[in-house]
Design a protein around this ligand. Structure first.
Ligand SMILES: Cc1ncc(COP(=O)(O)O)c(C=O)c1O
Length: 462
């Protein structure tokens, strides 16, 4: 290993980084990003990269958007902080909540603001518990999510998450958090099972789980429209059409986690619109402000609001809230982002670019290392396998996905590798057709280099 540069060495001695092997990281050090413009970021040596992950699935309007910068500066000058506790308020939060109600895909009564996707999902669970206490259903508290789901990392959100790395040795999930099957046809369908039949079976399994646990104990079901960090998993055809009646039958509250899919990622304003389901409530974050500042929210229906109203009247207080929830500067930036999304037809453009993005993505499926290339809208996953016909994964110890990420970085492209050597792509929505082609050309070269390396190391049957 070459010695770490000064900045890298300082990093290693000062920071704990999320989602690395902390021991290995001490040798490799970080990739230090210094600035960004459009869909490009530049490292501390000035090398440009296409940000193929929009940061962490979030910088929808790319980097260096002066309108967002100006909105933040103006609000900071006017009122740098105000909160929503104890009956206080400010106009950016009020205006943003009004705007969100206007664009919501289902009837929404109120918005509760927080700072991260994890806080939004934590809040969802607390509100559901509060709701069922208000409705005098004290046993109806269990929450169902799915294996490979990603809902965040706070204690409750990590319990919802269905990935082993978020549970192991953190003593999670908490009791009362259940995980039903992952809707990934390529991996989990039975031989010869159509997408529709797979969806039917998954709905039956959810039904059986709820019945087994007792419908009077199951409060809510939470799902991402397309699973992101679990490996970009697009549900099989008819999945939500079949899942929703199961929830309805057992009076199970349905939460759509739109932290990635919200704000145009799939070509519609919200992911549930293209996947054809109507949740009770919605979690939002990330592209809400195009990630220029942290802000997140829970979009609450009237029925739930009425229950919160009744319960807080009884108790005397609604005892939940974050200091920075609805921060005026973040809210002003989110308002500006939503204004730009509408004015510049960003979601419509995302839908217009999706066929090109998906065609280039699916073409990677022909590569000898790729088991499945999948996606929807402007999000994609490329699953690397050691054996294409048998769908055999690589030994995780070999770090094949991580190696491809390194080759991609050498090509000037940032992608991510998640569990199971799945490369994920989620570029800023402002990406142009030429940049989409450039991005996939770079990724194809990185895959070729990975293939050479895999052959040299004799890691696969290719
Ligand atoms: C679908 C989904 N929900 C929740 C979260 C958690 O958000 P945060 O990291 O802001 O807590 C993420 C983060 O990637 C996510 O993808």
């Amino acid at each position: 290993m070459p010695p770490l540069s000064n900045l890298s060495a300082r990093d290693v001695e000062t920071l704990v980084h999320p989602y690395v092997n902390l021991a290995r990281f001490r040798e490799t050090g970080p990739l230090v990003i210094e600035r960004g413009q459009g869909v490009y970021v530049y490292d501390s040596d000035g090398k440009p990269y296409i940000e193929g992950m929009a940061g962490l699935w979030c910088t929808a309007l790319g980097y260096g958007n002066e309108e967002l910068v100006d909105a933040a500066a103006a609000q900071m000058r006017k009122l740098s902080f105000a909160h929503l506790f104890t009956g206080r308020s400010h106009d950016p939060a009020i205006e943003l909540a009004e705007k969100l109600k206007e664009i919501a895909p289902v009837p929404i009564s109120k918005v509760f603001f927080c700072n991260s996707g994890s806080e939004a999902n934590d809040t969802q669970v607390k509100l559901v518990w509060y709701l069922n206490n208000a409705l005098d259903r004290p046993k109806k508290k269990k929450i169902v999510s799915r294996m490979k789901a990603y809902h965040g990392v706070t204690v409750v959100a990590a319990s919802l998450t269905g990935l082993p790395g978020n549970h192991r040795d953190f003593d999670l999930p908490l009791p009362g958090f259940l995980h039903t099957a992952c809707p990934h046809h390529y991996r989990f369908a039975q031989a010869g099972e159509s997408e529709e039949d797979f969806a039917t079976r998954l709905a039956a399994e959810l039904d059986a789980l709820i019945v087994r646990e007792g419908p009077d104990t199951v409060a809510a079901f939470i799902a991402e429209p397309v699973m992101g960090a679990g490996g970009v998993i697009v549900p099989p055809k008819t999945y939500f059409e079949k899942i929703m009646p199961v929830c309805a039958r057992h009076d199970v509250f349905m939460i759509s986690d739109e932290v990635i899919c919200g704000f145009g990622r799939l070509g519609t304003t919200f992911g549930c619109e293209i996947l054809n389901f109507a949740p009770h409530s919605i979690s939002i974050a990330k592209a809400l402000s195009s990630a220029y500042l942290p802000i997140a929210g829970v979009m609450i229906p009237e029925t739930m609001y009425q229950a919160l109203l009744a319960e807080s009247k009884k108790i005397g207080v609604f005892g939940h809230g974050f200091t920075y929830g609805g921060h005026p500067v973040a809210a002003a930036v989110a308002l500006k982002a939503i204004e730009i999304y509408a004015r510049d037809r960003i979601f419509a453009k995302s839908a217009e670019r999706a066929p090109q993005f998906q065609a280039r993505l699916k073409a990677l499926g022909e590569h000898p290392l790729v088991g499945e290339a999948r996606g929807l809208g402007l999000i994609g996953g490329v699953e690397l396998v050691a054996d294409k016909t048998g769908k055999r994964s690589f030994d995780p110890q070999h770090g094949v996905g991580a190696r491809t990420v390194q080759f991609a970085e050498a090509e000037g492209l940032i992608v991510r590798s998640v569990l199971g050597d799945v490369l994920t792509l989620c570029p800023p929505l402002i990406i142009s057709p030429a940049e989409i082609d450039d991005m996939f050309d770079r990724l194809a070269r990185a895959l070729d280099k990975t293939l050479d390396w895999v052959r040299r190391e004799r890691l696969a049957q290719t």
